[in-house]
Design a protein around this ligand. Structure first.
Ligand SMILES: Cc1ncc(COP(=O)(O)O)c(C=O)c1O
Length: 456
């Protein structure tokens, strides 16, 4: 139902239905039920309206995915046209939009001969990439390779295999993880760093992968996976040297390098792909979120020709992997139009330019004693709060930041998600300077209130 306002009793009824029947993802039911579920009814540009009539700036781009902003009629029209022509293709075929989108994605990718395996979202993209990497190794003579190295606390998805990667506390693992899941320390610069010198820290952090490969036996390692910028660990932005070292290590040991660009893909950090910004060419790239800006669920594992060509041949080379709605034509139509808008309005460029302004404005928050670090690249940023700037000690759990900060921001007409001692910022790529000022103003007031309550 698309409606902006409803009588009070209907709103209460909706909340009652949700309270009884809706399983919200990764959120405690009592928490959202007691507070009253936030129900949104309209979106326009960088703004959304909730069912109570509040108009709010979306500081998290939905959930790290809103590139072209809300309310693009052009995208809705393209989806409608596809629906009216043919809404899905019978197997073993495909619709025009799915074919065209594969060409468009390859055209934006570092390898113009890339082949695109479409799925429905980020977790499936990661599952697909890992399975593809393992089979690639089998097909090219490294048949013992089944291990996959990932970075501790990275988030690669909620499905059984994806939760084995990174072991993020954001996903319940539920029992033994994927055999061959190997974890190495993540990249950090502010805390847990190897060195105050960013380049030395980057190289030493990247070398953790080499240590793990050697320790496990290079013949047993199929792939290594990392996000160009890890949002899950609080928006950790490595220098380019980190990714360049990962590439060298992957080449040296014949390990498939997977870049998980579910968040960074399509403009987020100031280039079409995060790895473009890092100056590196991965073997497989996973994407989802901004591929359609959230207008429809869609993801992909993009394979370079080197990987994809190994699957060409007799039946033993077939990639036996099927996701019924992967590359759904209506989602693909949304993807094509979304990328067309992003190109026309140069949203990756806007991300780079507006990202610099955002960071500049966020740095004014250092006037607050509890602001320990401000970091970011493009329109992906974070503010980390600490109790002591010199020791970087965390704020006490009793400060209950993860409850207080989102509520305070909401009262100031900002939607955030899980903002606690790290406040992540990932607005639509169309955000304006005035909107950045509004956002930073709300953060400034909120942090000031937290300090006052703590007697800082
Ligand atoms: C880096 C990364 N990979 C994979 C995923 C999983 O994507 P999805 O939630 O679409 O399954 C996410 C989700 O946030 C992510 O951030």
């Amino acid at each position: 139902m698309a409606t902006e306002t409803l009588p009070g009793e209907q709103i209460e009824e909706l909340r009652a239905i949700a309270g009884e029947h809706l399983f919200m993802h990764a959120q405690q039911t009592t928490t959202w039920r007691d507070a009253g579920l936030k129900i949104f009814t309209k979106g326009e540009g960088s703004w959304v309206t909730d069912i109570d009539g509040n108009r709010l700036l979306d500081a998290m781009g939905g959930l790290w995915y809103k590139a072209a902003g809300y309310g693009r009629k052009e995208i809705a029209d393209a989806m409608y046209e596809q629906l009216m022509a043919i809404e899905s293709a019978p197997a073993p075929g495909a619709c025009i939009s799915t074919v065209q989108l594969s060409g468009k994605v390859a055209d934006l990718y570092h390898d113009k001969r890339a082949r695109v395996f479409f799925v429905s979202g980020g977790s499936e993209a990661v599952e697909t990439a890992v399975k593809m990497a393992k089979k690639y190794q089998q097909l090219t003579g490294k048949g013992m390779a089944f291990k996959v190295i990932s970075r501790r606390y990275s988030y690669h998805g909620g499905t059984a295999m994806a939760v084995s990667l990174g072991r993020s506390p954001a996903a319940d693992p539920m029992g033994p993880e994927m055999p061959g899941a190997v974890h190495v320390p993540n990249y950090y610069q502010y805390k847990k760093t190897h060195s105050e010198d960013p380049i030395e820290n980057a190289v030493r952090s990247a070398n953790e992968f080499e240590l793990a490969i050697v320790h496990n036996g290079p013949d047993t390692v199929a792939a290594m996976i990392a996000e160009p910028v890890s949002a899950a660990t609080g928006v950790q932005v490595p220098p380019k040297e980190y990714w360049q070292r990962l590439r060298e290590i992957a080449d040296k040991y014949d390990v498939v390098l997977i870049a998980d660009e579910v968040i960074t893909g399509f403009g987020r950090i100031g280039g079409w792909f995060g790895t473009d910004v890092m100056g590196v060419k991965p073997d497989i790239t996973t994407v989802a979120k901004a591929l359609t800006s959230g207008y429809a669920p869609l993801g992909a594992a993009i394979a370079t020709a080197k990987i994809a060509d190994a699957f060409i041949g007799d039946d033993s080379r077939t990639f036996k992997h099927l996701i019924t709605f992967g590359g759904h034509p209506v989602a693909a139509a949304a993807g094509i139009k979304n990328l067309e808008i992003m190109e026309r309005e140069d949203l990756p460029g806007a991300s780079a330019t507006m990202g610099k302004y955002l960071l500049e404005r966020l740095e004014t928050l250092y006037s607050h004693p509890i602001v320990g670090d401000v970091r970011g690249i493009g329109l992906l940023a974070a503010v980390e709060l600490v109790s002591d700037r010199d020791t970087k000690a965390a704020l006490p759990v009793s400060a209950a930041l993860a409850t207080k900060i989102p509520k305070k921001l909401y009262d100031k007409k900002i939607v955030s998600f899980r903002a606690g001692d790290v406040i992540a910022i990932c607005p639509p790529l169309i955000i304006t300077r005035d909107e950045v000022d509004f956002l930073v103003g709300a953060l400034d007031e909120t942090i000031g209130e937290v300090e006052a309550e703590m007697g800082v």
